[in-house]
Design a protein around this ligand. Structure first.
Ligand code: GRG
Length: 304
């Protein structure tokens, strides 16, 4: 029986809420307790990671993992690891030497709460923790599988992934980028970790089929870029309270965005085209790809 669209959306929303709570539990369990030494560092790591965010990268891991046949228990740690790397990147991104922001996820940024030096260490320690958790995960039985995941996460975070994209971003402040340069920057800065989230989920399955890995990869590349285009649109259109972070930051910092390069209407058109590309990657599959489809819709239609 084909369910009506709003029932499917309600079911997806309930699934997403459950997975957000699930990854919160996994994070809570695996982050060092704040009553163990060094207590202030551990408290700040928990402050930066817990109790906020849409958990899009974890949701991608769960959806791609289920698509490829992995049990939820196997996806838990990889999903938490990609969120930990993401939290790390946000802490460093907000520092005065980077974007210098005061508000993140509706509360003071980590350096505002704990000082710049500790925030730097929070990022460093979170990065190590993400790799440590995958390496010691008892749910993942094969060393090859773990190695594959560590490789995916390392590539996505490094100089040809997120750190590289951030380097291009800070070097280009005040210098208008071409559309191709902007795309290159965002594939690295935002797209790489989103793609990693989906791939980590896919590789959580014991024997993921090649065609499914390729479909997830194709899907994640398109939806990762769409995510950033929507981020640019929201930065221009939404307000600080709705976003939980400072709105209008790109304009303030004189940064090239899809909105400054294409204009609002063409940026929205591009987001729809990228969404359509992501959906096309799943066209061969039936209901087993529905979580990924709904997630793509959520990424495109989100308001924060
Ligand atoms: C992590 C290796 C490494 C280096 C740090 C600072 C930095 C280099 C990179 C910055 C990457 C960055 C912050 C990109 C912005 C991506 C982005 C759109 C963030 C907002 O993501 P959401 O909307 O946030 O998913 P929530 O709060 O919902 O999790």
């Amino acid at each position: 029986m084909i369910e009506p669209v709003n029932e499917q959306t309600n079911a997806f929303n309930a699934w997403a809420h459950n997975m957000q709570m699930r990854v919160e539990d996994v994070l809570n369990t695996h982050l060092p307790p704040s009553n163990t030494s060094p207590m202030r560092l551990h408290e700040a790591m928990r402050y930066a990671t817990l109790g906020g965010g849409k958990r899009v990268r974890a949701l991608l891991a769960y959806a791609a993992g289920e698509f490829c046949g992995a049990g939820l228990n196997k996806i838990d740690v990889p999903a938490a690891a990609v969120e930990i790397i993401h939290a790390f990147s946000l802490v460093h991104d907000d520092l005065p030497c980077m974007d210098n922001d005061d508000l993140r996820r509706g509360k003071p940024t980590t350096h505002k709460q704990y000082g710049d030096a500790l925030a730097l260490l929070v990022g460093d320690a979170l990065q190590s923790l993400a790799f440590q958790l995958i390496s010691q995960d008892k749910q993942l039985k094969s060393a090859t599988q773990k190695l594959q995941m560590l490789h995916i996460l390392a590539l996505a975070s490094g100089s040809r992934g997120m750190a590289g994209g951030q380097a291009i971003d800070i070097e280009s402040i005040g210098i208008p980028l071409s559309r191709a340069e902007l795309e290159h920057m965002h594939i690295q800065k935002t797209g790489a970790l989103i793609r990693a989230g989906a791939l980590l989920g896919a590789y959580s399955a014991d024997k993921p089929k090649d065609d499914k890995i390729k479909a997830v990869d194709h899907f994640a590349k398109s939806i990762g870029l769409a995510f950033q285009v929507v981020d640019d649109i929201l930065d221009a259109e939404a307000n600080t309270q709705a976003l939980g972070k400072t709105a209008g930051k790109d304009q303030l910092h004189n940064k090239s965005t899809y909105v400054t390069i294409l204009g609002l209407s063409a940026a929205k058109q591009l987001a729809s085209e990228l969404h359509a590309n992501a959906m096309a990657a799943l066209s061969f599959y039936g209901r087993e790809a529905d979580l990924l489809r709904h997630l793509a819709n959520f990424i495109i239609h989100r308001s924060f």
